[in-house]
Design a protein around this ligand. Sequence first.
Ligand SMILES: NC(=O)c1ccc[n+]([C@@H]2O[C@H](COP(=O)([O-])OP(=O)(O)OC[C@H]3O[C@@H](n4cnc5c(N)ncnc54)[C@H](OP(=O)(O)O)[C@@H]3O)[C@@H](O)[C@H]2O)c1
Length: 295
Amino acid sequence: MKVLVIGSTGKTGHELCMLLKEKNIPYDAPGRKELDLAYPEQIQSCLKHYKPDIVVNAASYNNPGQAEIEPAYCFRINKDAVAEIADYCNRQGCILIQVSTYRIFDGIQSEPYSEQDTPNPSNVQAISRWQAEQEIHKRCARHIILRLSWVISERRNNMLAKLLDQLSCHQEVTVTSDQLGCPTPAEDAARVIIAIIQQLDCGADVWGTYHYASTEAVSENSFAEIVTLEASHYHHLKVKKLKMNKMDNRKGVLPPANANLDCSLILNTFGIHRRPWRTALSKIIYSYFQNTPFS
Ligand SMILES: NC(=O)c1ccc[n+]([C@@H]2O[C@H](COP(=O)([O-])OP(=O)(O)OC[C@H]3O[C@@H](n4cnc5c(N)ncnc54)[C@H](OP(=O)(O)O)[C@@H]3O)[C@@H](O)[C@H]2O)c1
């Protein structure tokens, strides 16, 4: 099976390419210069050129605040491009694995969200992601939609990297006590995609939507406390105090308060077990400080 990875420079896409290479699974990973999802003609020519058996789309427009300012552009990347890819996959009989997000839920319920729960996105970015999922359902039978909880990595912008930046540079860091999620290392998300690819390669007929998140949901403030302790082993932190806040006091587009996902379906269908994020945290923090220059 030949895999085409879209979004290979992102956190999840990068880790996926590393694992594909390690496992000797043939793949192509065009960068944005070659494949910009804003241009439908590039999508068509790229897919025709590489002729993949499986397309993994780990690219997305991921800036909720900016999406409110440029909704048309956000929809082009997150919805229209995905519809285009889904059409191609359906025509050519190839498989589409679309990485999606907990942000399609409103975050109001206290239980973890399962695949049966109805999405209720409340901002442009989240609506574009939910509409993309619906386009895939309509257009491409052989698809897997994989929704993830908080993705953490030493690379690019994410909640862990942002937190480490703040802990290193500020004496007081504000965190919320009423925001819950499962920090999921990008490497773990990539491992899950590989496991899915391997089973699809064996002919498993398991199309549909699945949730994955590392074990142990945690509030943002408890996560920050654990990160502070761990990071202090590797770097002199400036932070003296973690200041508690409530989500309602935050400005801008708020993420869903509950990003906890029920992962029983992916376990029962693919046998994919959840890994704990705590075991990966130290390694990610270490790499972050190795690669981030602080004055
Ligand atoms: N981050 C999270 O906390 C989180 C949580 C749940 C789900 N997810 C989902 O997981 C998936 C991967 O997220 P991530 O955080 O790993 O990604 P990321 O680090 O934010 O990277 C985004 C990727 O999308 C690419 N991209 C953006 N606009 C593009 C365009 N117009 N054309 C082509 N490529 C474009 C970027 O390419 P450039 O390098 O060229 O910018 C980059 O490779 C996404 O679907 C995301 O919604 C993420």
